[in-house]
Design a protein around this ligand. Sequence first.
Ligand code: NAD
Length: 979
Amino acid sequence: MSFSEHVEQLALEKAKIMYSFMEDEVPTLFNRKKWKGKIIGWAVQDQDFRSRLLRFVDVLPTLKTDSAVYKLFQEYFSDVDAIPPDVRIPVDRLSRRTDLDRIIPVILKRALDSLAAQFIAGKTVADTLSTLHAFRKQGLAASLDIVGEEVLSDEEADHYVNRYLEVMNVLVPAARSWQEMPLLDTDDRGPIPRLDVSLKATSFYSQLDPVDWDGSILTTTKNLAPVFEAAREQGASVTIDMEQYYLKDITIEIFKALLLDHPDFEYPGIVLQTYLPETAADLTSLVDWARKHGRRFGVRLVKGAYWDYETVINPRKGWPIPVFLEKEKTDLHYEQMTKVVLDNIDLIRPAFASHNVRSLSYAMAVAEDAGLPKNALEFQMIFGMAEPVRKAVQKMGYRVRAYIPTGELIPGMAFLIRRLLENTFSESFLKRSFFDNTGMELVRSPQLDESFVQPPASVGFMNEPVTDFSRARNRSAMYDALATVEENLGNRYPLIIQDREVFTDETTFSVNPARPEQLVGRVSRATSGQARDAVDSAREAFVAWKKTSPQERADYLFRAAAEMRKRRFKLAALEIFEVGKTWKDADGDIAEAIDYLEYYGREMIRLGQTTMAGAYPGEENLYFYEPLGVGLVISPWNFPIAIPTGMVSAALVTGNTVIFKPSGLSSVCGWQLAEIFKTIGLPPGVLQFVPGPGNETGEYLVSHPEIDFVSFTGSREVGLHIVSVASKTEPGQKGVKRVIAEMGGKNAIIVDETADLDEAVKGVLDSALEYQGQKCSACSRVIVIDSVYGDFTARLQQAMNSLRIGPTDKPWNFFGPVVDQASAQRIQKYIETGIKEGNALLARPGPENGFFIGPHLFADLPLHSSLVKEEIFGPVLVLLRASSLDSALRMATDSQYALTGGVFSRSPQNIQKVIAGFDVGNLYINRKITGALVGRQPFGGFRMSGIGYKAGGPNYLIQFMHERSASENTLRKGFAPFL
Ligand code: NAD
């Protein structure tokens, strides 16, 4: 008999035994005689109810008052159809009572506590100790996990360190007094620790991000060191949990670094997820590493708990889905990994964490085939799930360890939701086994069902994926680009007039704002004579360019996009030096630039078709667009490649010729854009590069009579000035200039009492401080409802305080300089006003050299304060307190600007109210308010935030063209051609 036949036969035998031991017992969660089973049963059958239930359970523990609980209950389950019949009957009975608003919250909270108690062992160390002891008496070993995930500040990370130290110093010694149980306390090699502790790397360092590979490993291992030391001293084992795929590689590296730092610690372990195809290679390389370093460690093999997350988040970023889409593939992979783990038992302490009878019996079979004793391996199951399976495995004489989360319910919510998702997932083994009663059918070896088809790749415009810096090759490409670009800084750059490169004597010095002594480049400054020449050339080039077909013009954009992709890392590196973006922000800017080229190219092909208006016999109504003529593009420095690429490409692809004047602070980036179009062979005169001071070169061009339109992005002050200058007509001028102006914002985020504070703090932090608050979309006011103001403020303040500040060519600095000395001084003035008028909750300085201003947080300012009213364009955030959503909305909309806004809320009614009442160009719900994507969140505001259609949206190109129609009477002598 071959190995596989033998193992198959053994696995079947084991499964039969296991089922016989289960004796029709049903796990609590699937017992339809009990309320939990009924609810889970309904959630399994009804997707709509499932998502309402999960969302409601998610928000429930945060609600502070009974009235809030009752309100939310009504919002989520107001329509009768949303309530399962089993639940509806008691609710109907209840509804005859008049005190529902009092009773329902009590019932719901009790239900939630009971649900949480099903999965979370206790809030305090003392509670947990008694649960552990009770488990021990049932013959179960334990792995303890303190619930909570990503932390947002150093304080929150310290909190986890202390909680874990408490476990090590209180629980582990207490466990020593337990009565000896050989199956639990020894394996085939001798005694093993009585308690295992599971932890997540992200709970130990708030800035953990693979983009800062070395720094993240260093700090996380440093923060984890006391826990490892205590585990070694007290005699516990420690298992590092695996989280999202993005963190997988760095988690493995952190694990290895910990092993090297703690050579005497015998019981480290790591979790590997078999829903990732990559795990096969990871396991092999971990085995090699163990052999090379002479270390033995634990591997807990799991299927993986973030499947829903991975299948949503990765496509959203344009990244491949890293998990198997078919459950059976994961199961099969689990078996393959089981074999590898057991084949290397000299290096690996194997733990199989699953509730799947087939997976468990397969592991037993492989071990038995290899002649391993039962105590050489262990099985792990989650507290509160699959009790019959767990008892059966125990009866078969194997060590079973329960995974026991402990802690508060709010931080435990993510864990609870994952468990509920798992139990209501249609493919879950437990659900199929105990809900559908499929039983032994599921014990066959996993079959790959070929009828599962991957969704077809979507056609048409797709956003350019941002770079995945968890990949070593991308990090090293970025380091290489930074080195190359830095070596070549300080060059001189010409104007481009027609096809000539023109160097001028006068130049603008562009410097690195993080190290002002570093010259990025010297860029020529156009005189008015040169600007005039450019206008003449543009006028001349327009004649032919206008006649070039839309498809051909679009092709130039597509070629420019391809060229940008080739230079992607170097362009991003240049932004880092010239304007102080972080790695991710700079990379995002290039991705956005590519998006504009791809999107506007496609849009022009769509709009370039001549269409017919109406369909009446005897007339033909042609409707088509034509370019405006010669355009002037004036861009800001804060998205130094994306914004000018958007404005320039839109103007070009619609058939206009363009004079491009970049901001003096980002002229070297501007040059790159002009040079890319030159490289791809855009005809001479179609795009000309005319940098120079705004109030000289810019102003001269705006007032030039041969300019047909101005496309401007920048401050309100300059925008309004341009509108007024452009409105004056010069003698001989043929038309009225069109001005498209995208201007500033004073953007607010509302945080209501139902908000998920983890998300809200992170969302506000990113919105306010990414790129040092120098995004037009940045959050500069956060309006928080009274009841959560204290908690929110404390966490936000700590999170702002934990950001690392410094030159952003170093990926560990997530916060860089502001763009120049003038900006720093202007922001400093606001800070001084804030200190006088309000309360500075945080005022961080930056490094001495460079134009650094650290994050600032102000509270208690009068509503008329300039900090509340004016665009600051820097890292200064104002906190406002509101007593109700209505009052928060009044504050939010009390602004001359209407660019972006946001709300964090889990109340469907509040969200509707904010959508209706918060009138800004781009409103974001439960996410950060920056980072609009071309085609998905067309961007732009109104009131003093701008005039014109949204960038990256379906109407944007139209404003660069005239609409024309030609109507022909086709009736001649009573005869008309057939339509
Ligand atoms: P800015 O207004 O100072 O400069 C913008 C451009 O205008 C620069 O190229 C500058 O040289 C030029 N300019 C200055 N004076 C001029 C004049 N008299 N005539 C012609 N051109 C002149 O803005 P900035 O500091 O570069 O950018 C920051 C501002 O841009 C912020 O207010 C921000 O909100 C806004 N912004 C808006 C958007 C949006 O999409 N709404 C996007 C990015 C930035």
